[in-house]
Design a protein around this ligand. Structure first.
Ligand code: B12
Length: 309
């Protein structure tokens, strides 16, 4: 472990927990089990962590979030961990698209919120809301997520990105306020799923297709989703699940909701996890990407019937 320099910031166990997302118990348990991290003791015998250890712990946590077991990587040095994170980030971007990504990531790192808001608004006006969601926001989400995964973006920078995109989409939707339309779509996520951008992306796709959307925002208990669906007389309940949401929890919650919902209300499940829901949720329509979502919405207009499963 590189020697710590006196000017290097040090972290208490509380600060290390906040910085890394790893609980105090896990930090103490790893220290005992793996001999890492190796805090020194402060004047009162409290643990004091070096910034290099905290950086390595963050890299380990990012890989854990992508499904890697800590025991397999804890002995690796920070460089090897970053290389492993890089290897997990698929290089799937066409050259053209990366110009916008480079600009947005640059503005996020320069903390230039005003220029970011202006760029997003310009792209939306140039492309129109549906194209903006599909051709700009979807790839940007991946670029921002991958940059966070590689430790190239801080959590607060990712948060700024989310807020700016949400503000841009909400601005467009509010400029188009409509109080009727079909199908009537209830949008939300279940408890434990904080990713709410997908809901707004679907709403921005659906409203221009004539749908009337009621968004409850993230984390609504299953029982309340049923009650809201009945109260708002909706045709569709549309839920979003990011890749990191536990599959079994999603399948069980969807099955329970399907059983509680009146049969005439369709249940759509979207988000990256939907790719893995195909076999596990009868009576639920998994829609993993935006093209499939648009097809489902357009088929309502063409066939006058809501696709159910
Ligand atoms: C912004 C963001 C956050 C924000 C969300 C803020 C907010 N208000 O929404 C915050 C900071 C809360 C967050 C938290 C976390 N995040 Co996050 N997040 C993202 C990010 C960058 C972008 C936006 C997003 O919400 N995407 C999720 C949806 C919109 O995208 P999608 O699943 O691909 O869905 C697509 C389609 O299916 C469709 N769609 C989406 N929803 C729906 C719904 C319906 C009905 C339909 C029809 C279609 C549809 O739209 C999308 C178009 O591309 C993504 C990166 C990415 N690649 O998307 C990471 C990402 C999803 N997060 C990730 C992780 C790991 C986390 C954390 C666990 C990190 C942590 N340790 O704390 C926590 C989650 C904690 C928890 N309790 O679950 C990982 C998941 C990796 C994995 N394979 O498991 C990702 C992919 C980043 C990465 N590259 O590693 N995150």
């Amino acid at each position: 472990m590189p020697p710590t320099r006196p000017e290097d910031p040090t972290f208490t166990i509380g600060a290390t927990e906040r910085e890394t997302g790893l609980s105090k118990d896990v930090l103490r348990m790893w220290e005992r089990r793996y001999g890492f991290p190796r805090p020194v003791r402060g004047g009162n015998g409290e643990r004091v962590y070096a910034s290099s250890d905290v950086a390595k712990l963050r890299a380990i946590k990012r890989l854990m979030d992508a499904g890697v077991r800590p025991g397999k990587i804890i002995a690796l040095d920070a460089r090897a961990l970053d290389a492993m994170a890089d290897a997990r980030v698929p290089t799937h971007h066409a050259v053209a698209a990366s110009a916008v990504e480079r600009d947005v990531l640059g503005l996020l790192r320069r903390h230039d919120a005003a220029a970011l808001a202006a760029l997003l608004a310009t792209l939306l006006l140039r492309q129109g809301v549906q194209q903006f969601v599909q051709a700009t926001v979807a790839p940007l989400n991946r670029a921002v997520g991958d940059a966070w995964m590689r430790g190239e973006l801080a959590v607060f920078e990712e948060h700024l990105y989310t807020e700016q995109v949400q503000a841009t989409l909400r601005g467009a939707l509010h400029a188009f306020a409509r109080h009727v339309g079909t199908p009537r779509v209830l949008l939300t996520t279940l408890p434990g799923e904080p990713h709410a951008l997908g809901l707004l992306m679907v709403e921005a796709l659906a409203v221009p297709e004539g749908a009337h959307c009621i968004s409850l925002g993230p984390q609504t208990p299953v029982e309340d989703v049923r009650a809201a669906a009945v109260a708002h007389r909706v045709d569709v309940v549309a839920l979003s699940f990011a890749a990191c949401f536990p599959l079994r929890q999603a399948s069980e919650a969807l099955a329970s909701l399907r059983a509680q919902l009146p049969a005439n209300i369709a249940l759509w499940a979207g988000g990256e996890l939907a790719r893995r829901l195909r076999r596990t949720a009868p009576g639920v329509l998994p829609l993993a990407d935006l093209d499939a979502t648009l097809d489902a919405l357009r088929s309502v207009r063409v066939r006058g019937a809501v696709p159910v499963a």
